[in-house]
Design a protein around this ligand. Structure first.
Ligand code: 13P
Ligand code: SF4
Length: 310
């Protein structure tokens, strides 16, 4: 079937099923184009709550679809490719959270949303990259445990000035750690030297890379920052390559280039138009969460939002 035919069928089924498609900023171009909403983890979680739909098709990795299901017990949440998982989450099994808790009983546990549901429900707070610094700075505690991303933990420590115990000390996203290492960043800065580049990065990059960047933020915060940068300068995107497509669509008068076009999250890229169509046709794969776990996760998320509002 041709892509245009698949897209037409998706549009038809979306109407008859009262469905919306939410897509993360790293999705492939045709998935971003057909989505009703494209955003970062925080924006998509908010959209999942706000949208008036019976069915949510979540084009992202499994923890994102899981969060949409946790926050919307009355909607059908479908994940077209259940194998699309975030490897960063696997660095922190729930047993490790419990182990750290008994080692540091006074420090609260803050988990990045890129984590397993079983680990999240052992935590005190859950945050996205857009909100991590804000939440930690609002806590009264001066020593905080944070995981599973060591680079985001280090960024939170730097911004908030609090002592962060990183759990575990080696958790990382392979895309940001290796395909966006200082080697590739220096190469890109050298390649575009004559264009006076401005480097903007995601907080999952290493500290060395962060030091070279003018701005650090979640994927959607990176998109917003572009508006404030001098139009004559080239923007270097220091995150997964899918954000470059989105940035170019939103800012088509700008020169925007990826640090490394091979910085690809293979899990994010597993979702295709065809898998979305199959998902809508068969109402598969439904994200089903144990109600007790969902209730616990909702309580932790609500507490986290409450702290951030203070
Ligand atoms: P954002 O919430 O910034 O979109 O990040 C999600 C992610 O997986 C980054 O690698
Ligand atoms: Fe996970 Fe990294 Fe992919 Fe984001 S880019 S979903 S952190 S593996």
């Amino acid at each position: 079937m041709r892509l245009s035919e698949i897209a037409r069928k998706i549009e038809e089924l979306k109407k008859s099923r009262r469905a919306v498609i939410l897509a993360h900023n790293y999705q492939i171009p045709e998935v971003q184009d057909i989505a009703d909403y494209v955003g970062d983890s925080l924006e998509l979680a908010v959209k999942a709550i706000e949208c008036e739909a019976d069915v949510i098709i979540f084009a992202g990795v499994s923890f994102m679809a899981e969060m949409a299901a946790v926050l919307n017990p009355d909607k059908t949440v479908l994940h077209p490719e259940p194998d699309a998982r975030c490897p960063l989450a696997d660095f922190l099994p729930p047993s490790m959270v419990r182990e750290y808790r008994s080692k540091y009983p006074k420090a609260p546990v803050v988990l990045y949303v890129n984590s397993l549901l079983e680990s999240k429900i052992c935590a005190d707070y859950v945050v996205t990259s857009a909100a991590a610094c804000r939440l930690v700075s609002k806590l009264e505690d001066e020593v905080v445990m944070f995981g599973p991303d060591k680079n985001l933990a280090n960024y939170v420590e730097e911004v908030t000035g609090k002592e962060i115990i990183v759990l575990p000390p080696y958790g990382h996203c392979p895309v940001h750690e290796y395909a966006l290492s200082i080697y590739y960043v220096n190469k890109a800065l050298e390649l575009y030297e004559r264009e006076d580049p401005v480097l903007i990065v995601h907080p999952e990059v290493s500290k060395d890379v962060r030091r070279l960047a003018s701005h650090v933020g979640s994927t959607s915060q990176m998109l917003k920052i572009i508006e404030e940068i001098d139009k004559k300068r080239t923007i270097l995107i220091g995150t997964e390559e899918g954000l470059t497509y989105r940035a170019r669509r939103l800012h088509n008068d700008r020169r925007i280039v990826p640090v490394n076009p091979r910085a690809v999250c293979i899990d994010m890229k597993k979702i295709s138009l065809l898998s979305i169509l199959r998902s809508l046709e068969r109402l598969k794969y439904r994200v089903q969460i144990d109600p007790d776990k969902a209730r616990k996760a909702r309580e932790i998320i609500e507490t986290s939002i409450e702290i951030m509002r203070r």
